[in-house]
Design a protein around this ligand. Structure first.
Ligand code: NIG
Ligand code: FE
Length: 428
């Protein structure tokens, strides 16, 4: 007898709800509901998380049409075919936005995890041919169809943890053919998933072995062959470079980002994961929307960020998993900066896309308050992926999915009771 396949389980996961008309009433706390929010919150503003007590919110065809206090509730104009959820003792938030992931990848890399337990560092493993090159070799063998199916399963899973919008990078291809393969998978995901997806081209993730001594030729491949095809097929929204010792230098990042800008691709870059090389300042000069990682940072970098509208994006699950320092989130906020949080979901440094884990780590390890961390995963994360108009807050006309929690005593319980899934439903 045939037993049900795992894929069926994800396809029918009950937690994701898509309704034409839905009313959620008696909500214990409706979070980040309002009009005319700033595009992002910074410094002291991040401590303020607006919560409307005893509230309702209504959506029609995916669009928020009304919200408010139950005391002011007048009923709906048209009650036909409305699904009603009673959310007593539950909170409703704008769904989390994950502004930095590598969701399309081939296989997991447990052997490197075990190597690290035995004392090797991430950088030592990469130097032996592990790391990104390991993932690229595995991905080359997989078909677009297989990659698509695996990535859709991961996407279904992260939705169950509250992710309602996601950025996905290429970067495990490192050849013209394989980079395009990944970006086409992401393009298909955009069409087939209700989750809002942004695609980022990360051909400059690592130098393939054959270009180790010949960086210029790989950069030519990126600029002269990958970028024009990506632009022709409209496969990317952003461009990324891994600017780091043993990866791409400051000058190499600049050359690639300038080339990307000619195709309208705004930078969102990997910088300061292991070392301070000046990548933050350079990325700001090149109009980056976000600079991501920042486990290492100088006071000059903080000053440069202060004078910019570039979003520092911190990835605490990565620090946890590969045992590197946590970014100094507290210090950044105290210096007046905004912060976004993201998962960095990838097989090497962060094999989970669970943003509730990120929330908890940000509070415990970076000393963000629950309010700051929730702002960092919603309004600020939406900004970091260019979705301020539609996601990150609950405003009339926005299309953000709504995250309905299980019964919880307060919002601090989300990062406090770590390891449990507090999401009851994600409502589109
Ligand atoms: O963001 N640091 C660069 N890229 C990924 C890791 C890639 C990998 O190890 O597969 C990151 O951590
Ligand atoms: Fe990353």
């Amino acid at each position: 007898m045939n037993s049900p396949k795992k894929a069926d389980f994800f396809e029918h996961f009950p937690i994701i709800v898509i309704m034409a008309k839905i009313l959620i009433k008696n909500i214990k706390g409706l979070v980040l509901a309002g009009e005319n929010f700033k595009p992002y919150l910074k410094g002291e503003e991040m401590a303020n998380l607006p919560i409307l007590q005893n509230a309702y919110v209504a959506k029609e065809d995916g669009v928020i049409i009304d919200y408010g206090s139950m005391d002011d509730w007048q009923g709906l104009l048209d009650w036909r075919d409305v699904e009603v959820i009673d959310a007593e003792n539950c909170f409703v938030l704008p769904a989390f936005c994950d502004s930095h992931t590598h969701l399309v990848f081939a296989k997991s890399r447990e052997e490197e995890f075990v190597d690290r337990i035995h004392g090797l560092t991430y950088e030592e493993i990469a130097a032996r041919g592990g790391g990104i090159l390991n993932s690229a070799a595995r991905l080359a063998e997989m078909s677009e169809e297989e990659l698509f199916k695996d990535a859709m399963k991961r996407l279904a899973l992260v939705q169950t943890y509250g992710t309602g919008a996601i950025e996905i990078k290429s970067g495990y291809g490192l050849s013209v053919e394989a980079e395009l393969k990944i970006l086409r998978v992401i393009q298909r995901m955009k069409k087939e998933s209700p989750v809002k997806i942004k695609a980022t081209f990360l051909g400059a993730h690592a130098f393939p072995k054959e270009f180790k001594e010949n960086h210029e030729d790989y950069i030519r491949l990126i600029i002269d062959e990958m970028l024009p095809q990506i632009a022709a097929e409209n496969l990317a929204d952003y461009i990324d470079v891994f600017c780091e010792r043993n990866y791409f230098s400051l000058e190499e990042m600049e050359e690639i980002l300038i080339a990307g800008a000619k195709y309208g691709l705004r930078p969102k870059v990997h910088v300061n994961q292991f070392s301070v090389m000046g990548g933050i300042k350079k990325a700001i000069e090149l109009n980056a929307l976000s600079v991501d990682h920042l486990e290492e940072i100088s006071d000059d970098d903080i000053q440069a960020l202060k004078n910019s509208s570039c979003m520092p994006t911190l990835l605490p699950s990565c620090s946890h998993f590969i045992s590197i320092p946590f970014a100094q989130g507290r210090k950044m906020i105290e210096n007046g900066l905004p912060i976004a949080l993201a998962s960095d979901f990838n097989p090497g440094t962060t094999p989970t896309g669970n943003l509730q884990t990120v929330l908890s780590l940000a509070c415990v390890k970076m000393k963000l308050t629950p309010e700051e961390a929730i702002n960092a995963l919603t309004i600020n994360a939406a900004y970091a992926m260019g979705l301020s108009e539609t996601h990150g807050t609950i405003s009339v006309g926005k299309t953000t999915p709504l995250l309905l929690t299980k019964e919880i005593p307060n919002l601090a319980y989300l990062p406090y009771a770590f390891g449990d899934n507090h999401v009851d439903k994600l409502i589109f």
